[in-house]
Design a protein around this ligand. Structure first.
Ligand code: ADP
Ligand code: MG
Length: 280
C-alpha cells in the first residue's frame, strides 16, 4: 500500500502537479473515512490542480497583456460616475465587440475612470481566454518608431495586430509627431475590421488634428476608428480628486473640466419649480 502511495506521489511530482500532491493526504483520509467517493477524490485532486494552474495562467496573461494593476468592473463605483451607462458597460463586458472587431471609445476628463473601465474590460477578455495587449499611445508610437529605425516595423505591427483586443490608453495627453501619427495610422489600418480596440482619450474627436499634429492623418484615423464604434462619453468629477475639490485652484478647475462636487442633498419638501416644469 505504501509502495503504491509512493508511486502516486512520484507520478504527481513527475507530472508537475504540486497542488494535487499537497491535497493527496487529506483527500485520501476523507476517502478512507467514507466522507467522499473515489470519483469525488479524483475530482478533488484534479480540480485543485486545474484551478491553481488556471489562476496562474491568467496571472501570466494579465501581466503579458500589461493589464496590471488589475481593475475590475465589480470594483468600479458607478454611483460616483452617473454619466456612465452601466447597462452599456455590462453589455460590453459580454465581449461580443471583440468578436465583431469593433472599436470602443472612452472619452472624458482625467480621473473619470476611462483607463479603469478599459482595463476592466481587458481583464474580462483575458479571463475569457482572449489575447489582449494594453499600451498608452505614447508607448505604442515609441515602440513603432524604434521598430521602424531598426527595420522591424512590419513585425512590430504584426505583433500588435495579433491580440484580439488592443487597448490604446491616454490619447491626447502628449502630442504625437507627424511621423508617429503615420505609424499609428498604419497600425490602425492593419487592425481595421480584423481586431477590436478600446481607446481612451481626454480630448474630443474634433481635437484629434491637434493631438496627431496633422488633420489629414487624424481624419483618416477617425474614419477607421469610428466606423464600427461604440462611443462612451464620461462627464463628471475626477475620482482621484474626490473629496479634494477644494484644494484645486479655481483657474485649474475651470480649465481642466473637473466638475464641482454635487450640491448637498436637500431635506424636506422639494423646491417649487416655476412654469409648470415640476412634472418633468
Ligand atoms: P482616467 O483614465 O479617466 O484618467 P482612471 O481610470 O485612471 O482615470 O481612474 C483614476 C483612479 O481612480 C484609478 O485608480 C481608478 O481605479 C479609480 N477610479 C476612477 N473612477 C472610479 C470609480 N467610479 N469607481 C472606482 N474607482 C475609480
Ligand atoms: Mg487614464
Amino acid at each position: 500500500m505504501s509502495g503504491l502511495l509512493d508511486r502516486v506521489r512520484g507520478a504527481l511530482v513527475g507530472l508537475k502537479m504540486p497542488r494535487a500532491l499537497e491535497a493527496l493526504d487529506h483527500t485520501l483520509h476523507r476517502l478512507e473515512q467514507g466522507e467522499i467517493t473515489a470519483l469525488e477524490a479524483i475530482d478533488t485532486l484534479l480540480s485543485e490542480e486545474y484551478s491553481t494552474r488556471e489562476t496562474r495562467w491568467i496571472d501570466v496573461a494579465l501581466k503579458t497583456a500589461r493589464l496590471v494593476p488589475i481593475k475590475t468592473l465589480e470594483g468600479f463605483d458607478f454611483a460616483f460616475q452617473p454619466s456612465i451607462d452601466r447597462e452599456r458597460v455590462a453589455a460590453l463586458a459580454q465581449l461580443d465587440f471583440i468578436r465583431r472587431a469593433e472599436v470602443v471609445h472612452f472619452l472624458g476628463p482625467p480621473g473619470t475612470g476611462k483607463s479603469h473601465l478599459a482595463t476592466a474590460l481587458g481583464v474580462a477578455a483575458v479571463k475569457a481566454g482572449r489575447s489582449v495587449y494594453r499600451a498608452t499611445l505614447a508607448e505604442l508610437v515609441e515602440a513603432l518608431s524604434k521598430a521602424e529605425r531598426e527595420g522591424r516595423l512590419i513585425e512590430k505591427i504584426r505583433f500588435y495586430t495579433r491580440a484580439s483586443l488592443l487597448i490604446v490608453d491616454e490619447i491626447g495627453y502628449l502630442p504625437i509627431t507627424q511621423g508617429g501619427a503615420n505609424l499609428f495610422f498604419q497600425l490602425v489600418n492593419a487592425r481595421y475590421e480584423k481586431g477590436a480596440m478600446i481607446l481612451t482619450s481626454n480630448r474630443g474627436f474634433a481635437e484629434w488634428g491637434e493631438v496627431f499634429g496633422d488633420p489629414v492623418v487624424a481624419t483618416a484615423l477617425l474614419d477607421r476608428l469610428l466606423h464600427h464604434a461604440v462611443v462612451m462619453h464620461i462627464e463628471g468629477a475626477s475620482y482621484r480628486l474626490r473629496g479634494h475639490a477644494d484644494l484645486i485652484p479655481e483657474h485649474v478647475r475651470a480649465n481642466a473640466p473637473i466638475a464641482p462636487p454635487p450640491p448637498p442633498k436637500r431635506r424636506g419638501r422639494p423646491p417649487k419649480i416655476k412654469n409648470g416644469a415640476a412634472s418633468l
